[in-house]
Ligand binder design. Structure first.
Ligand code: SF4
Length: 118
């Protein structure tokens, strides 16, 4: 990506975010937040509908010149991935034999130190 493209996307994202803020005032308890999909390397621009602090819907951001307001099926299902009870939210360190699937939660600092020592 060239610097010029990056600046265009950043400006478009800021515009969409500002537009979303405007809508937020019009609809009590609901707001739109410009974001992007992280489910693959394309990082498509998205607009998240947030209701009472929870993302309830993802749409493509029409201001994104790469995805032109579209999300693929995987991106459209992004809210499911976000709130999946099995989603990892912290590093895990194995505490049993390999294959026993026994882990404990660890801090990022501890996990990175472990990897750096390996
Ligand atoms: S919407 Fe689809 S193509 Fe775009 S970043 Fe997400 S997973 Fe990738």
């Amino acid at each position: 990506m060239q610097r010029r493209q990056f600046l265009q996307i950043a400006a478009a994202g800021a515009g969409a975010w500002a537009a979303g803020c405007g809508r937020a005032r019009a609809t009590a308890g609901k707001r739109s937040v410009a974001t992007f999909c992280e489910l693959c390397f394309w990082k498509c621009g998205a607009v998240a509908t947030v209701e009472d602090g929870r993302v309830v819907k993802l749409d493509g951001n029409p201001a994104d010149p790469l995805s032109n307001g579209r999300l693929c099926p995987r991106g459209n299902g992004g809210t499911g991935a976000l709130y999946d009870p099995d989603r990892l939210k912290t590093p895990l360190i194995r505490i049993g034999e390999r294959g026993s699937e026994r882990f404990r939660e660890a801090s990022w600092e501890e996990a990175l130190d472990l990897v750096a020592r390996a």
